[in-house]
Design a protein around this ligand. Structure first.
Ligand code: 4AD
Ligand code: MG
Length: 488
């Protein structure tokens, strides 16, 4: 390139963010470190720098903020999503993680070498492109780049994911690359927004983040789905099914806390609604009864949905998600007692026996009857976890709630008021056949200043799948773990 080394202005280091070290510090014009061999399969065609070919500094930017640079020359770093050519023009669709932009390469406006380069570029080749930003209402993001220069970081090998149809097994085997596709990208950006909005909401409501351990000595949600580990001396340890028991200790210490982290269920079922590793958000509050967490749940869920509607319109559009289906998610949500839900099921052709928990069929039917999430409360105590408090009016019922998302998505939240009486809790442990020693610390919470307290767990992937309108939970997490999937 044109500028003699002595005349070069210094280029700020952060211009190189994300560019491998070998292309930056001390590398020669072909990306070689002094005395090192040329990196294998790396074809560095031009040097990367913050300069254009005349030696002027060029601002590096990202696709999402490129609108600030209309009629200016900028540099974009990313990957080639697709390309097409038409006579003396090449159209490169470049994605940089924040969005995609069309870069237009016109034969007479770039050097012959740069123009020739475009024909060697393969899908997902990494590159740095400088050009002038044009506002163009016809292009997807509203802007286009008139290319003046291209720097190739690597010419990619044949990319396995092509625009043709691939089966789910193939795509899951290539999940590490599939993440780059527009649909997956949109889902995971929405996931990020959901988590950000949840934190924002709970912080505003006075909850503090309280991280629960993953390795635990006891079962929280029954012993049938426990993941056992064999490591601790003379003791069994399990991967956490829920952070709740620890969140209860947190609530007694801080008043209002929430946990957010991975949880594990050795589910032997292969449904589209179950993962073996999933993320759960679990608020827990002292001096709170069932009523209090019903309001908290409906406010939280509406906040999540409206935050996605506000900040992730583009992503919802990519997914073809009907906005009106989400716009109707406003509190209050319908509240139905289990007994009344049985009537509702009967009217719709499902005869469900009292005392049994609802399964997928029941959840799906009920959730299809409403345009917003519905809260089912007061399930039979016998079907629910050992820690739930029973209703003082009807001791056979639990003070609990399941929140079912509409359109047949089913349960996204499970929660309850907790048993705060020491003796009753001891009795419940026995009824559930649970050993006492691993729960001694938990019983302490009922010995030292026990108060009414309540909380719930919101499944992140279930919520994201519903908001995105996707069928299967496996696309709602970067790397899904299921009964038959541990790779990649
Ligand atoms: O209803 P669950 O089992 O409730 C609990 O774990 C309580 N300890 C939570 C609490 O009160 N703090 O699970 C809560 C939510 C479900 O409503 C669902 O959204 C999600 O976690 N969930 C799963 N998501 C994906 N795959 C699975 N196998 C899931 N199991 C539960
Ligand atoms: Mg549940």
């Amino acid at each position: 390139m044109g500028v003699p080394p002595g005349n070069r202005p210094t280029v700020p280091r952060d211009w190189f963010q994300g560019v491998p070290e070998r292309y930056v510090a001390g590398a020669d014009t072909r990306g070689r470190q002094e005395g090192r061999p040329y990196p294998r399969s790396q074809q560095v065609i031009h040097e990367i720098s913050g300069l254009d070919r005349r030696g002027f500094m060029v601002q590096t930017t990202t696709v999402d903020t490129i609108g600030q640079f209309v009629d200016q020359t900028v540099m974009i770093r990313g990957w080639l999503y697709s390309k097409r050519s038409s006579g003396k023009v090449r159209f490169l669709l470049i994605r940089d993680g924040t969005g995609t932009i069309q870069a237009v390469v016109v034969k007479n406006e770039v050097s012959p070498a740069t123009f020739a380069l475009t024909d060697t570029l393969t899908q997902e080749s990494s590159l740095v492109v400088s050009g002038n930003v044009h506002a163009d209402a016809r292009s997807p993001g509203g802007y286009e780049l008139q290319v003046s220069e291209i720097t190739v970081v690597q010419v990619a090998e044949d990319y396995p994911i092509t625009p043709k149809e691939h089966g789910p097994a193939f795509l899951l085997d290539h999940r590490h690359l599939w993440l780059r596709s527009a649909k997956q990208h949109a889902i995971l950006r929405i996931r990020s927004q959901v988590i950000e909005a949840a934190r924002e909401f709970l912080n505003r409501e006075g909850f503090i983040l309280f991280d629960a351990p993953i390795l635990t000595p006891a079962a929280c949600e029954g012993t049938t789905t426990l993941f056992e580990t064999d490591y601790f001396y003379n003791e069994k340890a399990y991967l956490s099914q829920s952070g709740q028991l620890y969140a209860e200790a947190g609530a007694m210490a801080f008043g209002k806390v929430y946990t957010l982290g991975p949880t594990f269920r050795a589910e032997k079922s292969k449904t589209r609604r179950h993962l073996t590793e999933f993320w759960m958000l679990e608020p827990e509050a002292a001096f709170a009864e069932l009523e209090d967490i019903l309001s908290l749940a409906e406010q939280l869920v509406s906040h999540l949905v409206h935050s996605v509607l506000t900040h992730k319109s583009e992503e919802l559009k990519i997914l073809g998600r009907e906005r009106s289906k989400l716009e109707s998610v406003l509190s209050p949500f319908p509240r139905i007692r289990y007994d009344d839900a049985l009537d509702l099921l009967r009217q719709n052709g499902i005869d469900h026996e009292w005392g049994e928990d609802f399964g997928t069929a029941e959840d799906t039917l009920i959730s299809e009857l409403f345009d917003r999430p519905v809260m089912i409360t007061h399930y039979p105590l016998q079907t629910k976890a050992f820690y739930m408090k029973s209703d003082s009016d009807k001791p056979e019922l639990a003070l609990c709630v399941d929140v079912l998302a509409p359109e047949g998505y089913g349960e996204i939240i499970g929660g309850s008021q907790r048993e705060d009486d020491y003796n009753k809790l001891v009795e419940r442990l026995t009824q559930h056949d649970l050993p006492r020693e691993p729960f001694e610390w938990y019983l302490d919470l009922r010995r030292y200043g026990s108060v009414p307290h309540s909380g719930f767990g919101l499944g992140i992937e279930r919520t994201v799948a519903w908001i995105c309108g996707i069928r299967h939970l496996r696309e709602a997490i970067p790397f899904p773990r299921m009964l038959q999937r541990i790779y990649p």
